[in-house]
Design a protein. Structure first.
Length: 146
């Protein structure tokens, strides 16, 4: 009888250990799911800015892009996309100095963007400035010749 009682107590202990292990597994799974959900929601919120400002830019609403980015950057000053879109919008408006400032700020925040995403615009800015200077020089020469 004592052996049977001891055996039942051992079985009861083993069952509680299994329940505890199962509970840890379920708890870990639930926590992992919560973390993944949080990251997904966070990504959606962060991508919301990108998608909205991208749509504005694609619709050539450069003044709206500038306003929206300035508002966004007042809340999140280290958002590289904000400066990148500002640089692009100012570029389209031929405000090259403002464009350069914002592209350089984007590079400060995210240096890996320089070669692929920002340098092409900086090269275009230099070409545009050079062309404008040449046109101004030609106009000045024509005026003095008259």
């Amino acid at each position: 009888m004592d052996n049977e009682l001891t055996l039942l107590q051992d079985i009861k202990s083993a069952i509680w250990i299994l329940i505890y292990i199962l509970g840890l597994g379920v708890g870990t799974y639930v926590m992992r799911s919560i973390i993944v959900s949080y990251k997904t929601v966070k990504d959606i919120i962060e991508n919301r800015f990108y998608h909205i400002v991208s749509a504005m830019y694609e619709n050539n609403d450069y003044d709206e892009v500038i306003e929206y980015c300035h508002d966004h950057l007042s809340k999140k000053p280290n958002e590289a996309y904000g400066y990148w879109f500002l640089g692009k919008a100012y570029f389209q408006k031929k405000k090259y100095d403002e464009s350069t400032i914002n592209f350089n700020k984007a590079i400060e925040i995210n240096p890996s963007w320089e070669d692929e995403w920002i340098s092409p615009f900086l090269k275009k800015i230099e070409l545009a400035k050079s062309s404008a200077n040449q046109a101004n020089s030609a106009d000045a020469k024509n005026r003095t010749a008259d």
